[in-house]
Ligand binder design. Structure first.
Ligand code: ZN
Ligand code: ZN
Ligand code: FE
Length: 754
């Protein structure tokens, strides 16, 4: 009977909380004449639907087709239940039930409808910096616990006023059951603090800050996942001041442009760049710079640019200059400040004033950084708008917590068949970052209701890494160590869901503890997730003078390579102009004093950079290699330098002789990139043929180098002989190729090998 009254219980899992799903279900119920209820629980969303057979069937069908920007449906289960004789459809209070995993929703930028209201004189929320709705606003950064409800967010301190309550309860309103809504009457506000007192409140504080930025002041601004430091990007003196106060010498600053038109004036944007800039994640997008901004991105061809994502940013640009430096609120390498007291404390010596918002931030979430490669996004720092989104599904049994490496740390929790990668945490050689690391581990476990004794910990093989020592003291269910570069390659395979195939892996980076105790970083592996990896080849080992200290001084790195070459000219003279102490370093390296052994690609880049003129110490990690890439990009394509079975000696000898002959350094830099790419491709293809492998997985920080990556892929095409299947080159997309992606690879390898 079509008209027979039935009742069904519908359980929906996936990313279903904090994405406007319940209000949508309620509207559908209204549309199809369904009675019953919907609620968030600890597994996802549960729906009780009563109506005729046809009505319920149509309703369930619509839910399965549901399409909301951030909604991800994993599974819908429908069971018949007894009718409860409901006479309407309601959104009920959330229910905590048995153990289950609901993915946390990510922070969303303010939507267009809300921006419109923000601009509408007479609107209740005209000029209100905390405007949001069912479709937009922060989530991850303000959630205290799940299920996602107002009392479990940092908005719990602000009860709704009558007007907001009416919107919240009206199924026709676009704020129906929006958990974080508020207005100037009932919600938090912003205020300007300087010289220890409050100088302005509400809209006026934003206006004054805008004007101060125009006047060249530096202001700390509380945002979504932490504090920013802001100044006028075109004001050279202000930018120089900011660098000095922040102890950040040369590392590029990110900027925020008032709108997409302004962004286009400063950067060459393709459709892919613009799509990313305007996406709801609103990351910093790395794009070719259109004009020089002295002090903002020194010696860089690219500019990290973003668009306003919080309502506050939109309001600020009514008064502020059209392009602002908006860099994380911290001193040099510390993690970004996100709590008020801490911000006053740490940023007091940097900022002239503070624009303080009252809504607390539950957890630190930096801006994400994304590049574009061949029209596709490539993650460089995964944080706001992306974390803690599930990266992949794996057939897991028990929970695994992978701790990553030492630099650019992020941790991965593998639970209930899903891998969640945390937000970017930073370098664990810093005390405050260690604190952040502790907080995040605890946070991830708490929010997923896991006890530390239930999780297996995975860490790097390096005995001295902070994360390794942490694992030893943590007391989990067990411990697994994974080699650094194995984890890099594994992260690519995990992301692409390649669980069984045997592949050839190429891992290039600055440093990682090798299985033989030496420093690795230029490795070719064969293997896969299930059987693990075998080192098949590597760059010729060089001497590493002073160990990790060599990583910040290209001349010191160069000494370890040059010590193995014959007939080196006096490098302190033109054109090389090495500092005099380089000669001492060379002597030490020749006599094996304070030397380690390394196959690091990063150090090889440093050595080449030193020979081409980068003879000062670096002021941030990877600077010399980036400088070398930027230099090479200025050149037309050049013949690759020769390498002999991954031996760099012939290449470095050529660099020295051609520099003496006066060849343009940009050309030399290009020939170096091409030579390395050609030789790595030769070796990778050789192993593909031997293993009859169809996949080459490349990862490691050195593959942030776009020129090297492109040349490598081209060489694979060019050198492929055609008598075996043409291998496909794959790399990371969702997690960074740098150490930010390490924990995902660690988790995957540990999962398959236990
Ligand atoms: Zn909105
Ligand atoms: Zn209100
Ligand atoms: Fe690495």
């Amino acid at each position: 009977m079509e008209n027979e009254e039935i009742a069904q219980r519908i359980t929906v899992t996936g990313v279903v909380q904090g994405v406007g799903f319940r209000p949508m279900v309620a509207r559908l119920a209204d549309l199809y004449g369904i009675r019953g209820w919907v609620l968030n629980n600890s597994v996802g969303v549960e729906i009780h639907a009563e109506g005729t057979k046809t009505q319920v069937a149509d309703f369930v069908h619509e839910i399965a087709q549901a399409n909301l920007p951030m909604l991800r449906l994993d599974n819908i289960q429908v069971t018949h239940v007894a009718t409860g004789h409901w006479d309407d459809f309601r959104i009920l209070a959330s229910k905590h039930n048995h153990q289950g995993i609901v993915p946390l929703p990510v922070d969303l930028s303010v939507c267009e409808s809300c921006v419109e209201e923000l601009r509408q004189p007479g609107n209740r929320r005209y000029g209100y910096p905390y405007i949001n709705c069912t479709d937009c606003g922060p989530r991850f950064s303000l959630i205290v616990a799940m299920p996602f409800d107002r009392p479990t967010t940092t908005m719990s301190a602000w009860p709704l006023c009558a007007a907001c309550q009416a919107e919240y309860e009206d199924p026709q309103d676009r704020r129906y059951h929006a958990e974080t809504i508020c207005c100037p009457v009932c919600g938090p506000s912003y205020a300007l603090h300087a010289e220890g007192r409050c100088l302005a409140q509400g809209p006026r504080s934003i206006e004054v800050v805008g004007r101060w930025l125009k006047d060249g002041k530096i202001v700390a601004i509380k945002g979504i996942g932490g504090f920013h430091l802001a100044c006028d990007a075109e004001n050279h003196a202000a930018v120089a001041d900011l660098r000095e106060r922040k102890f950040r010498k040369e590392r590029p600053f990110a900027v925020m442009a008032r709108d997409i038109e302004t962004a286009r004036e400063y950067a060459h944007l393709t459709d892919a760049h613009e799509a990313l800039l305007e996406s709801s994640a609103r990351p910093i997008v790395l794009a070719p710079a259109r004009r020089a901004l002295p002090g903002v991105n020194p010696e860089c061809r690219r500019l990290g640019i973003m668009l306003p994502y919080a309502p506050l940013h939109h309001l600020l640009f009514d008064h502020a200059p059209p392009l602002l430096v908006l860099t994380s609120g911290n001193r040099s390498n510390e993690p970004i400040a996100y709590q008020d007291e801490d911000a006053f404390d740490r940023l007091g010596g940097i900022a002239d004033a503070f624009l303080m918002g009252q809504r607390p931030i539950a957890r630190r979430v930096d801006d994400s950084l994304v590049a574009v490669r061949h029209g596709r996004p490539m993650m460089l720092r995964r944080s706001r708008g992306f974390a803690p989104q599930r990266v992949l599904r794996l057939p897991t049994a028990d929970p695994i917590l992978a701790l990553g490496g030492e630099l650019k740390c992020a941790v991965t929790l593998l639970v209930d068949g899903q891998a969640f990668v945390s937000q970017h945490l930073g370098d664990l050689d810093e005390d405050r970052t260690r604190q952040a690391f502790h907080e995040t581990v605890k946070d991830l476990l708490t929010i997923h209701r896991l006890d530390s004794t239930e999780v297996t910990l995975v860490h790097d093989l390096h005995p001295q890494y902070y994360s390794t020592r942490f694992a030893a003291s943590f007391g989990g269910k067990g411990r697994v160590a994974v080699q650094h570069h194995h984890a890099h390659v594994a992260s690519v395979l995990a992301e692409h869901g390649i669980f069984e195939d045997q592949v050839v892996g190429v891992a290039l980076d600055g440093t990682g503890y090798g299985s033989d105790g030496t420093v690795w970083g230029g490795e070719i592996f064969v293997g896969g997730l299930q059987k693990g990896f075998k080192r098949a080849a590597s760059l010729r080992p060089a001497k590493l003078l002073g160990g990790d200290a060599a990583a910040s001084f290209p001349v010191q790195a160069a000494a370890g390579y040059l010590a193995e070459l014959n007939g080196i000219p006096d490098l302190t003279r033109t054109p090389f102009r090495f500092p005099v102490r380089a000669l001492q370093m060379l002597e030490m390296a020749k006599h094996d004093l304070h030397c380690f052994v390394t196959t690091s690609a990063g150090r090889l880049f440093d050595a080449a950079a030193a020979l081409l003129g980068f003879v000062r110490p670096m002021t941030y990690e990877g600077q010399a290699a980036m400088w070398l890439e930027n230099l090479a990009m200025e050149s037309a394509p050049q013949e690759p330098y020769p390498m002999d079975n991954l031996d760099w000696a012939p290449m470095l000898s050529r660099i020295i002789s051609e520099r003496l002959e006066g060849r343009a350094i940009a050309e030399i830099a290009y020939a170096f990139h091409a030579g390395l790419a050609q030789e790595l491709a030769r070796s990778a293809l050789l192993h593909c043929r031997q293993m009859s492998s169809k996949i080459i997985a490349i990862s490691g920080g050195a593959f942030q180098n776009e020129l090297l990556t492109d040349l490598f892929s081209l060489e694979i095409e060019r050198q492929w002989s055609g008598d075996f299947p043409r291998p496909r080159v794959i790399s990371n997309e969702q997690v960074p190729v740098n150490d930010g992606g390490l924990s995902l690879g660690q988790a995957a390898l540990a999962e398959f090998q236990r």
